[in-house]
Design a protein around this ligand. Structure first.
Ligand SMILES: O=C(O)[C@H](O)[C@@H](O)[C@H](O)[C@H](O)COP(=O)(O)O
Length: 454
């Protein structure tokens, strides 16, 4: 088995000994150490990867590379050599290696990871895989199945699976390291966002965390600590902390932040507060999320008034959405809000979401075309099934670019939607809550009543 590293294309070429010319006339340069060292990893979104990836297109490919099972020992040694020399990024696909669209390459990669003689690789290996869409997969259910097959606990065993969703019209792989950018058409965006989140894989490769609390009271205590800890980290790391609020019962669940130790320990002056959605009503109207948050939370903490970004309630729904997007862009330009290197959308630090009994989040409702909006940062709705009808709302690309998302769901009235979102038997029509993912951590905070049907 000969290995050559072509530094110009910066990835391994691995060919089987059976079709190599004799070593004296070998066209391959003698093996050299890679131009980087194991510790020289690079950040890819929340993942840390070697600057050089390893392409596995040939693995299992009988047609073009004459693969035979007898080669597995050599391939395992090749894999081991790559890992021992600092490679931790492997590119594969469902069509790599012959066979129907469940190619041999992914299976071999999973096998080699399991059988690597060194210490456990599970926490370090990053696998970029992809799967063919048209004309093989047309329904969300087929996408869900394809994503499920690529969950860390099934075919491959890496807890970090960066699923390349970009080239879905065919599985020509992108070079490893390209970020997961959702598909190019709203329909495809719709299918893929739904499918990857339903399969428990977020494009950032982190799985969802779900915690069930005995009561809403206990949940509120945990939510306060979670929020305060993130506030401390971001204030230390960035000098500010951007928090996005929802309406509804979420505000009540933040009440423990108003008590010691947090009321005194949190650096409130570094907080910047926005809303994931807002009703298009005057700020003093009973339906206003601003009024709800002000009366129940903001008026009780020393957050600087200039750091609280309410909508312009003098504008129409469309005008208020455009105006709020302009406000977001200003906060990005002034570095208050970061930009996601994976998606290019604004990356809020903590998004505190609620969920309706129908599985809506923000003002993104089941079956509504706004769920597929993948260009705007903020949009508007005039026919909200939850009154009042006119609202503005963040879109999913902004929601899903958040560093952290806490989804707070309490009460038996939400149990059906929770079961649909988290239960095993998932049907193909996907709820908006199932389209939520985060670039960092996405955590469900459930009380027992909301989790009663899981
Ligand atoms: O403006 C809104 O209506 C909210 O942002 C909405 O998305 C809310 O979070 C859910 O409807 C859950 O509300 P409850 O927690 O009150 O059920």
């Amino acid at each position: 088995m000969a290995l050559s590293i072509s530094t110009s294309t910066s990835y391994f070429n691995c060919v089987s000994s059976s079709n190599l010319p004799s070593s004296s006339s070998s066209p391959f340069k003698p093996f050299k150490f890679p131009p980087f060292w194991p510790w020289q990893k690079v950040k890819m979104g929340p993942l840390t990867v070697s600057p050089m990836g390893f392409g596995t297109w040939a693995w299992g490919n009988q047609l073009l590379w004459g693969y035979k099972e007898s080669m597995d020992t050599d391939l395992q040694q090749t894999f081991n050599l790559a890992v021992e020399n600092g490679i931790n990024l492997f590119d594969t696909a469902d069509s790599y290696g012959t066979g129907r669209l469940n190619g041999q390459s992914e299976k071999l990669l999973g096998k080699f990871i399991r059988e690597f003689p060194g210490n456990r690789l599970q926490d370090d290996i990053v696998i970029a895989t992809k799967f063919a869409a048209y004309p093989w997969r047309l329904t969300p259910g087929q996408f869900v199945k394809a994503c499920r097959l690529r969950r860390p606990d099934s075919l491959l065993i890496s807890p970090q699976v960066a699923v390349n969703l970009k080239r879905l019209d065919c599985s020509i792989g992108l070079r490893p390291g390209s970020s997961a950018v959702i598909g190019t058409e709203s329909r495809r965006f719709d299918c893929i966002t739904k499918a990857s989140s339903m399969a428990g894989i977020t494009t950032a490769g982190k799985k969802k965390a779900v915690e069930v609390f005995d009561s809403e009271e206990v949940l509120a205590v945990s939510l306060a600590k979670y929020t305060a800890d993130l506030s401390e980290n971001f204030c230390k790391e960035r000098g500010c902390f951007t928090v996005v609020l929802s309406g509804g019962s979420l505000i009540k669940s933040l009440r423990k932040l108003l008590e010691p130790p947090y009321i005194d320990s949190i650096e409130w002056s570094k907080w910047h507060v926005l809303w994931v959605d807002e009703r298009v009503v005057p700020k003093d109207h009973v339906d206003s999320n601003y009024k709800l948050a002000y009366d129940g939370f903001l008026s009780k903490v020393p957050i600087l008034p200039g750091n609280v970004y309410a909508i312009n309630d003098a504008l129409s729904a469309e005008g208020a959405a455009e105006d709020y997007e302009t406000c977001l862009k200003h906060l990005v330009n002034t570095k208050v809000i970061e930009t996601s290197s994976a998606s290019g959308f604004p990356k809020l630090d903590l998004m505190l979401l609620g969920m309706g009994p129908d599985g809506h989040v923000a003002s993104l409702f089941p079956g509504h075309h706004l769920c597929n909006e993948n260009k705007k940062w903020v949009t508007f709705i005039k026919d909200s099934p939850k009154p009042p009808p006119e609202r503005i709302t963040f879109t999913f690309p902004v929601i899903n670019s958040a560093a952290y998302i806490a989804l707070v769901v309490c009460g038996a009235g939400k149990a059906d939607a929770v079961q649909k979102a988290l239960g095993k038997d998932q049907s193909s029509d996907v709820l908006p809550v199932q389209m939520v993912s985060a670039e960092g951590e996405f955590k469900w905070f459930l009380d027992k009543a909301a989790a009663s049907k899981l």
